[in-house]
Design a protein around this ligand. Structure first.
Ligand SMILES: *[C@@H]1O[C@H](CO)[C@@H](O)[C@H](O)[C@H]1NC(C)=O
Ligand SMILES: *[C@@H]1O[C@H](CO)[C@@H](O)[C@H](O)[C@H]1NC(C)=O
Length: 212
């Protein structure tokens, strides 16, 4: 019995250690990361230059547009714990509630205004209306939203993350586009199946049949 207890404890400790390690980029034990199969002596300044942001980012009316430089687009970021996005919000553009499991986010305002907010685990809202030149920080893994609700000017911002691969979980898709049984959603939100169907409609993939 005692050995089973110890095994369980060891398993829990291991699980905690592994998930803790995954919460941020692994430590780099050299100056920078060299992609597998690449001869380090062949690397030059181009490897550390990302040109994907040239021309900025365009936005359809009422929408948001983005360009990103995470470790996927810019391999030199591997192990450095940083990444960078350019975002553009047309008037009426909304970034729905979402979270980044692996990175805190700094938002720097280049142009326009932005309505932002995040919520803590007590459901307290920390909102703000950002103006050109402002900096706002969203702590890692907290749900937040952003919108250009003001006027007719495009809003341009930079996101800087404390991870080379911050990830993103968008709540509308996560809750209503993942085929959670409707009975669970109805009880969780205290609404009818009709309401759940409406919320699922934009994401419905017809994979589990009718469970309403
Ligand atoms: C924050 O949200 C509250 C409630 O919606 C609103 O009254 C207030 O004006 C907002 N504050 C800022 C700075 O946007
Ligand atoms: C999904 O189900 C809806 C409702 O039954 C149907 O109208 C639609 O054609 C289906 N879509 C696909 C891709 O099967």
């Amino acid at each position: 019995m005692a050995s089973i207890g110890h095994a369980t404890l060891l398993f829990c400790v291991l699980l905690f250690t592994v998930s803790g390690a995954r919460a941020s980029d692994p430590e780099l034990t050299k100056e920078f990361s060299v992609p597998p199969g690449v001869d380090a002596s062949q690397l030059n300044g181009n490897y550390f230059t990302y040109t994907g942001f040239r021309g900025g980012v365009s936005t359809a009316p009422g929408e948001t547009g983005s360009k990103k430089a995470t470790v996927t687009e810019f391999p030199a970021l591997d192990g450095l714990g940083i990444s960078f996005f350019l975002m553009s919000f047309a008037p009426g553009g909304v970034l729905p509630p979402h979270l980044h499991p692996r990175g805190s986010k700094l938002i720097y305002m280049i142009q326009g205004t932005l309505t932002v907010g995040f919520m803590d685990s007590n459901h307290k809202l920390y909102n703000s209306t950002l103006e050109e030149g402002d900096l706002y920080v969203v702590p890692r893994a907290l749900v937040h939203y952003m919108a250009n609700l003001d006027g007719d000017k495009v809003t341009k911002v930079i996101f800087a993350f404390s991870s080379s691969n911050p990830g993103s979980i968008r709540l509308p898709e996560n809750l209503f586009g993942s085929n959670i049984p409707a009975k669970v959603l109805k009880k969780s939100f205290g609404v009818s199946g009709k309401v759940i169907e409406e919320l699922e409609a934009p994401f419905y993939k017809n994979t589990t049949g009718d469970y309403h």
